[in-house]
Design a binder for this molecule. Sequence first.
Ligand code: 5AD
Ligand code: SF4
Length: 467
Amino acid sequence: MNYIEKNKEYIELAKSRIKQLYNEKPKLFIETAGCQQNEADSEKLTGMALDLGYILTDEKEDADLILINTCAVREHAELKALSHAGRLKHLKEIKPSLIIGICGCMVQQEHRKEDIKHKYPYVDFLFGTNMIFDFPRLLYKVLTEKKRHFFVESYEENHGEMVEDVPVFRKSTKTAWVSVMYGCNNFCTYCVVPYVRGRERSREMTCILSEVKGLIEDGCRDITLLGQNVNSYGKDLENSPTFVDLLREIDKIDGDFVIRFMTSHPKDATKELVDFIAESKHMAPHFHLPVQSGSNRILKAMNRHYTREAYLELCGYIKKVHPDISLTTDIIVGFPGETEEDFQETLSVLEEVRFDSVFSFNYSLRKGTKAASMDCQIDEETKKERMGRLLTLQQRISAENNAKLVGRTVSVTVEGDSKADPNVWAGRTEQGKIIHFPKNGIPLEGGQHVFVEIERAESYTIYGKLK
Ligand code: 5AD
Ligand code: SF4
């Protein structure tokens, strides 16, 4: 029996076990760290749990099942997840029937699995990223066998099999993430993702299209296509459709919606993709293109397979074809061996490209990666000092870019109340910028499209009024 048929069988088994165990619907609390891919995984886990008979709760204290979906990209995220797990100990003491599960990228690593096994005895089960779709079976086992379970298989062991038609629970009906592929083949030397998420595998185009069509029919307005390297989409499928082929099909769908995507690797981002964004009806004018470093020496050590010059040429082309596009990037500060000269080259890329925003991270050593054993690890003090200079520079550039928008009227997707002021709406422009505008008693809801005139701009937020 293959994995998919097995899955169906366990859905029924888990459902009846849950009915047997609980008088009323048990409650699930789920906490998610990390990237959008993890958020999308949590939406699938929640969807499957609701299908099995759970209801969602926002209160850990009320929960019968707590799931922590973890990230492993940087140490900080791991330490945070472990500290959250630590705080669950007292809940388990108060309510021994509580089931605690930890999943996601962190537990896919052997040393973390062992940590939790030995230091967190109140955690009932672990399951890695390659087993998300197996959740009904895993939960069934947890609910029937009185022991702790460590369901962590490597990608090589289970080939990262995908299951379609998984129920997905989305918080918003207006915005959605849609995974187009899983895993990564790139092995950038600093990155743990290829180890924890396995090799690239693409979803069939027909499955993605039917999910996107369904979302749009249900009123979804803003869809982000997800993959660690969307430019590799389709290479493993029959007839090898490209990412642009997929976008072309999505763009043909009728309706008032925008399509975004994350993340694009500069070595594979083609001019064809750039041209398509410019000519399409539905593509958001936003391109996230992580450069990581401006120094050719460091890019080589990172195994990024492009040069600073090729990256700058691509950005130049993007801006020429689409002058209004918003360009954003990721930077790693303090990669092993990074000299002051290398860092200056990164700063000069920021000056040349003038990104709208930059997501910058201090290099974090990841066990098992190539960079972990490189000489000349940079001390934390130097990373912090360089990061400070990078942030100051980028703040100025973002503010200057945003200042040019004052006076324009832009299309905005409402996200909800501004955190700072309940009388103000927070939203996002099509370029992905955060915008705040007074409510003035006008009833709006999350996901709604409105037009806002920009009156004032800062580096991270722009301000305007409803048109
Ligand atoms: N240390 C710091 N940042 C990292 N990233 C990935 N791995 C690491 C690491 N070990 C950053 C990269 C990537 C983003 C998602 O996270 O910039 O683009
Ligand atoms: Fe990590 Fe590089 Fe793959 Fe991105 S492309 S997930 S940085 S290995």
